[in-house]
Design a protein around this ligand. Sequence first.
Ligand code: SF4
Length: 148
Amino acid sequence: MDEKVKIGIIICDRYRTCAGGKCLRSLRNREGAFSIYENQEVELVGYATCAGCPGGNVEYAPSEMKNNGAQVVHFATGLVVGYPPCPRIAFFRDFVEEKFGMKVVIGTHPIPQKYHDTHTRLKTWESVQWQEMIQPTLVDEAMRLAYD
Ligand code: SF4
């Protein structure tokens, strides 16, 4: 097994009361965006909301996570599937990578099928940029249904 990876998760403040059930389940099962750690031990060292639009805590939370040893920041799948998805997500990714020198992964748990259905009808993710950003959490339909 490779060396342990330490990660932090930033969630969209719309879901601030979320207990993290789907994120923690997918982390445990190495599903969705966490499948990249299939052969690695992972430690969650930080979990915070963005603090609400326009996401002021994205300026600070990664630093605290880094102080705890985080090498990777995951943006929770809520930023991708919310109505609307976070309009600042690409900037946040570029900012965290540039400012803190940390890797950013977009997504945590698999996209639930009900969100996938609605966003497909809305054509939300048709752009090349969004197609790229949903890849870590797109998975197959059976897995999406398991996270509905
Ligand atoms: S949409 Fe983006 S900036 Fe607004 S609360 Fe959600 S993650 Fe934060």
